[in-house]
Design a binder for this molecule. Structure first.
Ligand code: OFO
Length: 171
């Protein structure tokens, strides 16, 4: 049985993960419209990943005697000046998501809810991986210093990475 405070915070996290999915799908749409087709595939696949993160929490709540709630979501931004701006915004967003996971973990600790604490360990590791992933992409884009060819090469690499991540998820 979940404590009311934990249930409320888990439902808030559903909203965060849902929004992340919509944010990345919207960014994928911007990338497609601006001919960054590699990033469009990569971010579309990442939007699916975020939706699976949402579903994990949704199922955990319902399996633990609570009621998962579908949130009302705000519209994500849809205009960007550059591919660098897109990935910088993702990195900033992922750092924010990490703070929400950390707050949840802290609440489970003070509430002695070790089951939810154990459940959240997967998210702690995932956030570490995602911050690292997007920080790396931002750094690589900065390294090419505005070169269109360099940016297109990074975009192409991200397309290959999307295929690898999608196949590892389906295994
Ligand atoms: Fe849900 O993994 Fe990042 O945001």
């Amino acid at each position: 049985m979940l404590l009311p405070e934990i249930l409320q915070k888990l439902n808030q996290q559903i909203e965060v993960e849902f929004y992340s999915s919509n944010l990345y799908l919207q960014m994928a749409s911007w990338c497609e419209a601006n001919n960054y087709t590699g990033s469009a595939s990569f971010l579309s696949e990442h939007a699916d990943e975020e939706m699976s993160h949402m579903r994990r929490i949704f199922d955990y709540i319902n399996d633990t005697g609570g009621q998962a709630l579908i949130p009302q979501l705000e519209q994500p931004p849809y205009e960007y000046d550059s591919l660098l701006e897109v990935y910088e915004a993702i990195y900033t967003h992922e750092c924010y998501v990490t703070t929400t996971i950390n707050e949840l973990v802290a609440t489970t600790t003070t509430s002695n809810d070790y089951s939810t604490l154990n459940f959240l360990q997967w998210y702690v590791a995932e956030q570490h991986e995602e911050e690292n992933l997007f920080m790396g992409i931002v750094e690589r884009i900065k390294m090419v210093d505005g070169s269109k060819l360099g940016i297109l090469m990074i975009d192409k690499e991200l397309s290959a990475s999307a295929l690898t991540r999608a196949s590892s998820l389906s295994e």
